[in-house]
Design a protein around this ligand. Structure first.
Ligand SMILES: Cc1cc2nc3c(=O)[nH]c(=O)nc-3n(C[C@H](O)[C@H](O)[C@H](O)COP(=O)(O)O)c2cc1C
Length: 310
């Protein structure tokens, strides 16, 4: 299992998932913690936070400190938890997937991705699939945990959390991040993986976590994700032409961009959400098809929940 978490949120979720595996005497678990050579700060500074978007959007990975893996290990299953940074997999995880070790380690191997983020992860998972394809990995399952607050609330509470380190920086708004009950309930995925491993089901191509409400995608967010990805990519190109990460000459452009970004958040996001509410009756079938597509491979069904609720 890979491990990288700044606030401890993703670490807490993956701990719940991995515990049932660790408690099984027949399963050996290796946890590989990723350590960027230049660590990302937490809490973030205003500029360091913004300065991470060009490289995130372009998936330009930072160097990692040496891994304890060689790539020759022969794991039965790889659990790949990641957080989303600027609508792409976070840079430390991207760095691992672009590392030569990952290619050797993941070739032909079944992978379960576990995402914990605010709520915009669909296009990041598309990028993740491309990274996994390059490594020849087999994506069996995708688990997604998100902040339960409405989008227009978490768009403010999340940056405040990341910049202050406090989930409840504004006491009047709900705390940022994945809720405690969902984190606690993530243990069900660990028990289901343990049972699947006992039966060697990871050798097949069928998902191991169906019926456990692993994913509940919201295609309403797709329009905003597409607009955001495009803008991060184009502005990211400009910023990368201006200078390297951390260089002062990027700052004026970052200020310009943040003004643009806030305008985008205050206009495109609510407008696209509103238009979609209005169009919902006409778009029902398209919406259902998109939801089914983004819920893959594990799906949003709940039929096996009763087996794994502890
Ligand atoms: C630089 C940065 C960019 C982020 N961008 C997104 C995003 O585009 N979509 C999203 O849903 N969450 C986003 N988040 C929230 C993270 O996915 C994650 O939930 C949060 O950082 C906590 O992760 P941790 O376990 O590393 O502390 C972002 C966080 C950071 C630090």
């Amino acid at each position: 299992m890979l491990s990288y978490s700044q606030s401890g949120q993703l670490a807490e979720i993956t701990k719940r998932i991995v515990e049932p595996l660790q408690q099984d005497g027949r399963i050996a678990v290796h946890i590989e913690t990723l350590r960027p050579v230049n660590p990302y700060p937490f809490p973030w500074g205003f500029f360091s936070f913004l300065d991470a978007f060009p490289e995130s959007a372009h998936m330009v990975a930072p160097p990692l400190k040496p891994l304890s893996l060689t790539g020759e290990e022969d794991f039965d299953l790889v659990i790949l938890p990641y957080q989303v940074w600027f609508l792409a997999p976070s840079l430390p995880i991207t760095a691992f997937l672009k590392h030569p070790v990952a290619k050797r380690l993941l070739a032909g191997k079944p992978v379960v991705t576990v995402i914990a983020c605010r709520n915009m992860w669909m296009l990041a998972q598309e990028k993740m699939k491309t990274l996994l394809d390059v490594c020849d990995a087999r994506l069996l399952d995708n688990v997604v945990l998100v902040d339960p607050s409405p989008t227009m609330v978490s768009l403010f509470t999340t940056p405040l959390w990341l910049l202050s380190g406090k989930r409840d920086f504004l006491k009047v708004l709900p705390p940022a991040g994945v809720d405690a009950a969902s984190i606690q309930a993530a243990g069900r995925f660990g028990f289901a993986l343990r049972d699947a491993l006992r039966k060697n089901e990871e050798r097949g191509n069928a998902p191991l976590l169906t019926g456990l409400k692993a994913v509940d995608s919201d295609p309403n967010l797709l329009v905003s994700e597409k607009a955001g990805t495009r803008s991060f990519y184009l502005w990211g190109k400009l910023l990368r032409a201006v200078g390297e990460p951390g260089q002062l000459r990027r700052y004026p452009f970052l200020i310009l961009y943040v003004i643009f970004l806030i305008a985008l958040i205050l206009t495109v996001v609510p407008l696209s959400l509103l238009i979609q509410v209005l169009l919902r009756p006409l778009m029902r079938r398209r919406f259902a098809a998109l939801k089914q597509q983004f819920d893959l491979p594990s799906g949003s069904g709940t039929e096996r929940m009763h087996l794994y609720e502890h």
